[in-house]
Design a protein around this ligand. Structure first.
Ligand code: AMP
Length: 212
C-alpha cells in the first residue's frame, strides 16, 4: 500500500506515519527527514536545501522528485510505503502519480490530518526534535539527550521558530492545500482524520480508515 499523509506542519504526520509504518510493516518515507539529515551531513543536497528550509519555504519540486524516486525504488518499499510530507505541491502529486504508473503502482490512500491553526502554533512552539532519530518531543528542553536512540541530542528546529512557523503555515495554505483538491479530482478520495487526541486515538482513527 502506498499511503500519502497530508496535513499542516505539526499535525502529527511524522509521529503517526511512524506508528502506521510499524503497524503495516512498510517504511516511512519523509522528505523532511531526508533533507535534515543531508543538511546535518553537509552534502550537496543539504547545502541546496538549507536556506529554504530555515525560512520555512519549500525546496524545489525537482529536488523532491529525486528523493521520492530513490526512496520508492528501494527494495524496502516494494510492499508499500507511508509518505509523510512528501507531497506538498500539485506538481509533486502529478510527478508521484506518473512515477508510480511507470512502476505499475498507484497511491492507495490519502489521509488528511485535520487540526486548527492555533493548536499547531501551540504544538510547534513547544517542540524539540532529536538531531539523530528526528523524533519530536513536547515539554522537553534543547540540549537534553534524546534517550531513545542512544546518542541523539534534542534541538529546536530552526523552522519551529515563530517567524518560520508563520511562514510554513502560509506555505501550507497557498501551496499544499491545493493538493487536497488535486486528489479529490484524480483520486484516491481524501479521508480526513481528526488529529486532536491521544497518539492511540489518532492512530486508531487512521487504522480504521485503512481497514484495520
Ligand atoms: P517537514 O519535516 O516535513 O516539516 O519538512 C521540513 C522542511 O523540509 C519543509 O519546511 C520544507 O522546507 C522541506 N520539505 C520537506 N518535504 C518537502 C516537500 N515535499 N516539498 C518541498 N519542501 C519540502
Amino acid at each position: 500500500m502506498i499511503i500519502v499523509l497530508l496535513g499542516p506542519p505539526g499535525a502529527g504526520k511524522g509521529t503517526q506515519g511512524e506508528r502506521l509504518a510499524a503497524r503495516l510493516d512498510v517504511p516511512k518515507i519523509a522528505t523532511g527527514d531526508v533533507l535534515r539529515a543531508a543538511v546535518r551531513d553537509g552534502t550537496p543536497l543539504g547545502l541546496e536545501a538549507k536556506a529554504a528550509m530555515d525560512r520555512g519555504d519549500l525546496v524545489p519540486d525537482d529536488v523532491i522528485m529525486g528523493i521520492m524516486k530513490e526512496a520508492l525504488a528501494a527494495p524496502s518499499a516494494a510492499r508499500g510505503a507511508i509518505l509523510d510530507g512528501v507531497v506538498r505541491t500539485t506538481p509533486q502529486a502529478e510527478g508521484l502519480a506518473s512515477m508510480l504508473v511507470d512502476l505499475g503502482r498507484q497511491v492507495d490512500a490519502v489521509l488528511l490530518f485535520d487540526i486548527a491553526e492555533d493548536e499547531l502554533v501551540r504544538r510547534l512552539s513547544g517542540r524539540t526534535t532529536c538531531d539523530a532519530c528526528q523524533r519530536p518531543f513536547f515539554g522537553r528542553e534543547p540540549g537534553e539527550p534524546c534517550g531513545t536512540d542512544g546518542n541523539g541530542t534534542l534541538v529546536r528546529r530552526k523552522d519551529d521558530e515563530p517567524d518560520a512557523v508563520r511562514k510554513r503555515l502560509q506555505v501550507y495554505r497557498d501551496q499544499t492545500s491545493p493538493v487536497i483538491n488535486w486528489y479529490e479530482e484524480h483520486g484516491p478520495r481524501v479521508v480526513r482524520i481528526d488529529a486532536i487526541g491521544t497518539l492511540e486515538e489518532v492512530e486508531s482513527r487512521a487504522l480504521l480508515v485503512l481497514g484495520y
